[in-house]
Design a protein around this ligand. Structure first.
Ligand code: TRP
Ligand code: ZN
Length: 497
């Protein structure tokens, strides 16, 4: 894994040679061919070529692949043995070629591939690390749709994220499994174009032994009893970034409710958990309606939370179905846990519907979700309560600056640094004070509406803030996002000597 980080960093520094880096890890190209890649792009002409092995992310250039755009994934998975997550699977990918392609890559780790077809014809493929290079019988034509079917079996490789020290992807636990993939775990259970730039809709068809159940993104379309096994089919209505795809296996207590505005909620609680676990989730309907009021209508067809009976010290905003480790639930502090619930829920707008175009801009997810906690406090208890929260967040940064990197520049191997959360959230509060409440509460819904179901950069957000406020905010954002030390909030007496 260390090697991989080094490779990625080396690539980042070579700039134009990112392409060469991608190629060097592509197994179909012998090492001698690497030099041949350093040819001006124009010289390649209109001939079909290999799709790039990365999407040029500034932090993780190898994530995702170029040359095509996925529209839909169908994941057909049979869990043969829950204890080892032994799977037999077929992933069907519907995509459009965005250039003429001799070959293209998918991100896929582990498993044994038994057959791989493109447009129903067997295709050549080779594998190296997370790159699966597919060479169809006939080159693919720019603008044309194509279908890839990959049949595979085995157990997911245990995997550590390159971005933070957690097990990621499909994680097997006692009695079941769960999936948490931000930013790089998805490739350990399905072949994927693994970057948020390529969103697609999903169908999950998962077969598990009795009496287990499946919880996945979107709406449950069908639950079939096959005798010894059950098959659960889920569909996402809306496109989704690959890292938000989640399939979870356990026995669940399911709780359903509807927000006043009519958004259906289904919560999945690991069935061994006590009823008290539900308390911090009781106000999700109110949260959905409140955030819909200030950010714009809830972007998806359904929402809910899932609590696993496993400690993993984190929660993740999987689209339409956030997941929580049991140690995220503080039975003694329901109101405190509610803030985490509000955080994950607000990510449905910021992170899931409006997604980063480059992982370096992660503060657009975490800063917005953190400030949403503050806004939920303000909604419940008023402006003074929010101000107290802001002050305590600010004090933390001042007292422990080593934990809070500049939010616009988190380390690539510590992407979810405290800075993107706390300093990111404080950046939004400072913006609110800078432009006034009226402009601030117009900036957020305009930004959301403009980029819903799409991707954004920090520049996109700044542009909306400037457009609505009529102010030049270049210096403001430079200071708040990139200064090593947090700027003062003079209006609140914070950071002022
Ligand atoms: N986005 C998560 C949050 O709400 C944090 C996170 C990032 C995470 N990657 C993860 C959690 C992987 C669990 C596993 O703050
Ligand atoms: Zn978050």
């Amino acid at each position: 894994m260390k090697n991989k980080i080094q490779i990625i960093l080396a690539c980042a520094f070579i700039g134009f040679a990112i392409l060469a880096c991608g190629q060097s890890s592509s197994p179909s190209v012998p090492p001698a061919a690497v030099t041949a890649v350093i040819v001006p792009e124009e010289a390649v002409g209109a001939e079909a070529e290999a799709g790039s092995a990365g999407l040029g992310d500034s932090y993780y250039p190898g994530f995702g692949n170029g040359g095509y755009d996925v529209t839909h994934y169908t994941l057909d998975i049979t869990v043969n043995d829950v204890a080892t997550s032994d799977l037999t699977a077929i992933t069907t990918i519907a995509a459009n070629a965005t250039q003429d392609l001799l070959s293209f890559n998918l991100d896929f780790i582990g498993f044994e591939i038994s057959t791989l077809t493109v447009n129903d014809a067997p295709a050549d493929f080779s594998r190296k690390e997370q790159e699966l290079t597919v060479t169809p019988l006939k080159p693919l034509v720019a603008g044309q749709p194509f279908t890839v079917v990959v049949q595979y079996s085995g157990s997911p490789d245990e995997m550590q994220s390159v971005a933070l020290p957690v097990s990621t992807g499909w994680v097997t636990v006692d009695g079941g499994s769960f999936v948490m993939s931000e930013p790089d775990g998805s490739a350990n259970f399905y072949p994927v174009n693994d970057h948020p730039l390529d969103k697609a809709t999903y169908t999950f068809r998962v077969t598990v032994p009795h009496p287990l159940e499946v919880a996945a993104n979107g709406a449950l379309i069908e639950a079939l009893d096959n005798g010894d096994t059950s098959t659960f089919t889920f569909e996402t209505r809306d496109p989704m970034a690959s890292y938000l795809a989640t399939i979870n296996i356990d026995e669940f207590d399911i709780e359903t409710m509807t927000s006043d505005n009519g958004i259906p909620i289904r919560n999945y609680y690991s069935s061994e958990l006590p009823k008290e676990v539900r308390k911090p989730f009781a106000r999700q309907g109110e949260m959905l309606d409140y955030f819909s009021e200030i950010y714009g209508a809830y972007p998806f067809d359904v929402y809910g939370s899932m609590v696993m009976n496993t400690e993993f010290d984190s929660a993740l905003e999987n689209q339409t179905l956030s997941i929580y480790g049991i140690d995220m639930i503080d039975y003694e502090d329901v109101a405190g846990t509610e803030l985490t619930v509000a955080h994950e829920l607000s990510h449905q707008w910021f992170g899931d519907s409006v997604s980063v175009a480059d992982w370096s801009d992660i503060w657009l997810n975490e800063g917005f979700a953190t400030y949403s906690e503050g806004l939920w406090i303000e909604h419940l208890d008023g402006r003074e309560a929010l101000d107290e929260w802001v002050k305590s967040q600010y004090r933390d940064v001042v007292n422990y600056p080593q934990y809070y990197a500049a939010p616009g520049n988190p380390p690539a191997d510590d992407l979810f640094n405290g800075g993107v959360y706390v300093r990111g959230g404080l950046t939004l509060h400072a913006l609110r004070l800078e432009v006034g409440d009226q402009a601030f509460f117009e900036i957020l819904p305009v930004y959301f509406e403009r980029y819903q179901n799409g991707n954004v950069s920090t520049e996109d957000f700044i542009a909306v803030a400037e457009e609505i406020s009529g102010k030049d905010l270049t210096e403001f954002f430079d200071n708040w996002l990139y200064n090593e030390t947090i700027p003062p909030i003079s209006a609140m007496g914070l950071g002022v000597e």
